[in-house]
Design a protein around this ligand. Structure first.
Ligand code: AMP
Ligand code: MG
Length: 396
């Protein structure tokens, strides 16, 4: 099997993993809905807004009276129902969010009038509808304002609260089993000897799985033994998704692919032209998708983020994973040997417009991961960048 480009490998994941046909649902309180996927079409229970409202503090007027001098006939506060029709030649003082009285069809901002006693004068032209939010203009009663399949963020929470929902039906979260491999890898509660490393990958992956909407289950560490690895993989495949870390390189004791083959796996890719993460494996066995992620901590996290997260999103019931690629200006020049798409630990400035590639000692450098707040994506075809050039980044 050949080496896929980064884009082709990502496409392969998105082409393969579809939203499952029937995902179970459960009802959660609004306080627990953040990050979950909405399982119902939420309709608005009333017109939004129910009555025309002012979008500014100012004066409600008849547009046909403008520009001109008008008599102030009263005041309407937010929450009050206007009782009188606005007659020609008059204006009423109105607050943001207050209901527009009958007869008025424009609001002039406070800043655009001069007021003297009970009169206001403005040079603004008449523009019917200006600074008025018409009844039902944001949404109409019964209209779907939050479609099923939407990942619930703060905006959706505001929407649910606005329509008075204290509970919402959401899709069940996919179970993602996580299997670390390697004779040198020990459980984190154990004191490693000098040749061993603690199993940081399972914990880091579990955290990202949770963050991106899955339910992580960490399995015991598989030693570099083909039979044990196969048995643990077989168990791991009885989930919605299996993530394996380590054991996918070309070493003499990398048994993940052969164990998967014994279980009848179909492989969609086994190598991608990226760094770190070249030996990433993606396939399906016993009806379950799996990823074999290279074991170095940075490789594991990068390949989860750029490949496995897209599969997880689909299994969560989300059609389009929100893979946030943005751009920032490099603070220093950068060059590399073209051919591989690189993902480097980077530091985005507070305002997010400039980025620095952090020094790091290769993909085992966990301390560099702590200093980073993004991954800088180095294009496989471009050779050099000057300071100030724009480059792609994935915010952490
Ligand atoms: P591998 O991909 O199996 O060749 O592993 C590459 C390197 O990643 C190993 O030498 C370990 O130092 C490190 N590594 C592998 N698995 C883990 C893990 N679960 N947690 C932390 N580091 C790991
Ligand atoms: Mg290994």
């Amino acid at each position: 099997m050949g080496t896929l480009s980064f884009a082709a490998a990502r496409r392969a994941v998105l082409d393969r993993v579809a939203i499952p046909g029937a995902i179970a649902t459960e009802s959660v309180w609004l306080t627990d809905a953040m990050g979950r996927v909405c399982a119902e079409d939420i309709g608005s229970d009333r017109d939004m807004p129910p009555l025309p409202r002012s979008l500014r503090d100012g004066f409600a007027v008849r547009s046909s009276d403008l520009p001109g001098r008008l008599t102030v006939a009263g005041e309407i506060r937010a929450g009050q129902m206007p009782t009188e029709t606005l007659v020609a030649g008059t204006a009423v003082s109105i607050m943001t969010g207050a209901v527009i009285p009958d007869g008025a069809d424009q609001v002039v901002m406070k800043e655009h009038v001069t007021r003297a006693a009970d009169r206001v004068e403005t040079s603004r032209p008449g523009v019917a509808g200006e600074w008025i939010s018409a009844a039902g203009s944001m949404a109409q009663c019964g209209e779907v304002v939050l479609p099923h399949g939407t990942r619930i963020g703060a905006g959706a929470i505001a929407m649910l609260a606005s329509v008075g929902r204290t509970q919402v039906s959401v899709l069940r979260q996919p179970v993602v089993r996580i299997l670390a491999t390697g004779d040198e890898v020990v459980e984190i509660a154990r004191q490693p000897n000098a040749t061993e490393v603690r199993n940081s990958n399972s914990w880091a992956l579990a955290a990202d799985v949770k963050r991106f909407g899955g339910r992580p289950e960490i399995l015991p560490i598989a030693p570099d033994d083909e039979t044990v690895t196969r048995d643990l993989i077989e168990y791991g495949l009885k989930a919605d998704l299996l993530l394996i870390s380590g054991g996918v390189s070309a070493g003499d004791y990398d048994f993940v692919e052969s164990a998967l083959s014994q279980l009848g796996a179909e492989f969609y890719f086994t190598e991608v032209a990226i760094q770190p993460g070249k030996p990433t494996v993606f396939g399906k066995a016993r009806g379950t998708y799996f990823f074999g992620l290279p074991g170095n901590p940075l490789s594991t996290l990068v390949t989860f983020r750029v490949f496995a997260e897209a599969a997880l999103a689909r299994l969560c019931g989300v059609a389009e994973p929100d893979f946030q690629l943005s751009r920032a200006a490099l603070r220093s020049p950068y060059r590399h040997r073209p051919g591989l798409t690189r993902f480097l630990p980077g530091k985005l400035s507070n305002e997010g417009r400039s980025v620095e590639v952090l020094p790091w000692q290769g993909s085992g450098d966990i301390p560099a991961l702590v200093r980073a707040n993004c991954l800088v994506v180095v294009d496989s075809e471009q050779e050099e960048w000057a300071a100030g050039d724009s480059i792609e980044v994935i915010p952490a």
